[in-house]
Design a protein. Structure first.
Length: 347
């Protein structure tokens, strides 16, 4: 009893700074913003948590996803999301079978990190390619989750729906606390290891020659991806969580430098998640799906804008219509004839 009381006291003490931030700092700011903008929705505690979770996802998604996209490893996010689903199923199954109170998020985190390291081991030591190992683990993780669900006669199916599709209502104080912690951890890790990660991303061979441990940084990247996936799972859902590591990065593809690509990706992601969460609440639709569709819409607009910009620059290079007509006439006058000569040569 004494140990349990001590553990509870330690837990409350550890969360005291976050509780102060959530209620007195962030909560007060959102209430003031609600009054200034005339939006009562910002005063609701569950929506404040949802927006804070969305902002965190908008930061860490592109922060890690930019490296994955440039490595052509986007599918690893989807793979880890499906194995995180298996981790959630493991947690719910253990709770149901053994009457425990294991957090599904914690079990998903352990399974996702273990899977991330397994992918690296298969690629490094197994005689398989990256896409093959990803495909096997993705299908295996989803298969394990489905087996555990049916093993309890569907008893945990209701509890797992929120993790599959995401929900604003399930974003608890503890979940937001975990997401804020993971956002800080992932951001600090990327800042500290930015240069070697960048080196490994664009030229692994040269990185090895320079003495950089490519294997270690590859493992770090997949572990960071696992942290992002599990952290974003309750808002986005397992099925759609990988989108936030890919779509904002693809939208920011026209950036002129890698750092600017990350920055633009984060800005796009923030617009995406905030708009998606707002629309989700306003129309009572799935948060994860709304966020993803919003992101795809921004990508299409960006793609259209880039195409229009390219056409405009090409037209400006050619010149105005009158100059274009003059150039055509001049070129026609000196066009080669069928025998390879020109009119001047024939004369």
């Amino acid at each position: 009893m004494f140990e349990m009381t001590s553990l509870l006291t330690l837990k409350l003490f550890a969360f005291a700074p976050f509780n102060w931030f959530l209620e007195d700092a962030y909560g007060a700011f959102m209430e003031a913003l609600a009054k200034a903008l005339g939006l009562p929705v910002l005063e609701y505690a569950f929506m404040q948590r949802a927006y804070l979770a969305a902002i965190c996802i908008g930061v860490i998604g592109p922060l890690v996803g930019t490296f994955l996209v440039h490595r052509e490893m986007s599918m690893i996010a989807d793979t880890l999301a499906h194995t995180a689903f298996a981790g959630v199923a493991v947690g719910l199954f253990v709770n149901n079978a053994l009457s425990l109170s294991l957090s599904p998020i914690h079990s998903a985190l352990v399974v996702a990190i273990g899977t991330a390291l397994l992918v690296e081991l298969l690629v490094q030591y197994g005689d398989v390619t990256t896409d093959t190992s990803l495909a096997m683990i993705l299908t295996g993780g989803f298969a394990l989750g489905s087996v555990l669900i049916t093993a309890t006669d569907g008893g945990i199916a209701v509890g797992i729906d929120a993790y599959l599709f995401g929900s604003l209502a399930t974003v608890s104080r503890a979940s937001v606390g975990l997401l804020v912690l993971m956002t800080g951890l992932v951001s600090v890790a990327v800042v500290i290891t930015y240069r070697p990660l960048l080196y490994v991303t664009f030229d692994a061979t040269a990185a090895r020659a320079a003495g950089i441990s490519v294997v270690w940084y590859n493992r770090l990247m997949v572990v960071l991806t696992a942290l992002v996936v599990v952290s974003a799972m309750q808002v986005m859902g397992v099925i759609l969580v990988a989108a936030m590591l890919v779509i904002p990065v693809a939208t920011a593809d026209s950036a002129r430098s890698f750092k600017r690509s990350i920055l633009v990706g984060v800005l796009v992601a923030e617009v995406t998640v905030i708009t998606g969460v707002t629309l989700s609440y306003q129309y009572g639709i799935a948060a994860g799906g709304t966020i993803v569709l919003t992101g795809i819409g921004l990508y299409v607009l960006s793609l259209g804008g880039r195409r229009l910009g390219l056409q405009t620059r090409a037209w400006l290079r050619i010149g105005r219509p009158g100059e274009l007509f003059t150039r055509v006439i001049d070129n026609t006058a000196s066009e080669p004839k069928a025998d390879g000569g020109t009119e001047d040569e024939e004369r």
